[in-house]
Design a protein around this ligand. Sequence first.
Ligand SMILES: [Zn+2]
Length: 244
Amino acid sequence: MLLRRITQHVKNQNWFAVFIDFLIVVVGVFIGIQVANWNESIKAKQDEITYLTRIHGDIEFAEKFSKRTITRRINTLNSSLEMVELMNGDGNEFTDNYVSCYFPSTVSIQINLPSLKTINELLATGNLNLLSNEHIRSAILQLHTRIEVLRRFQDFAKTEMIDIPDVFSSSIKLRARTDENNEIRLDRLCNLQALHANNRFVNAINDGIDITDAFINSHVIPWSKQLEQLHRLIDEDLHLNHKD
Ligand SMILES: [Zn+2]
């Protein structure tokens, strides 16, 4: 229709009308492109909100899942430190009775980090740029690196640490029991006198406490703080205001 009209105007040499027709075509195309861009940017914003909401859910789960384990590991580290100090002393007060004890063990460097599925998906598909907030992108990359380093450290520590209850089983008894939350807990009972006299044990716990301390203070706690920081950034971006 428009084409026929333009042809007619050209035949009549009505150049002004041709110009107006041309302008209508150009403006039409321009508006079409703008509307398409606009729709695309609305879709991108919606996708971004969907991804951020999913990441937020993953983080809330991870924080809840890991909170109690981290607290337990910190408590065990502190109690193990006391044991190391006792063992490094003269040991005159020890008897050969079995008493409750703590020591660094391979369990101290075990934490199952909950998987952040949405982040893994964004990274695996190369779609991290769907998130427009550069602080969030950067926090995600830093957290991802932290998780990799932490897992490598766990693997290294597992091969380095002696399985103390097994190697020194003649002076250590493990006893499982059910705690007040109906969870199975493991009590460790030690013959402190015998263990203090055993240099290999004293060396092993001094070595183990160093690894456990590095695991908790240089890996797990920074991971937890980075997760918290990412959570805060996403809360800000999604205008969420809640206190756990
Ligand atoms: Zn939140």
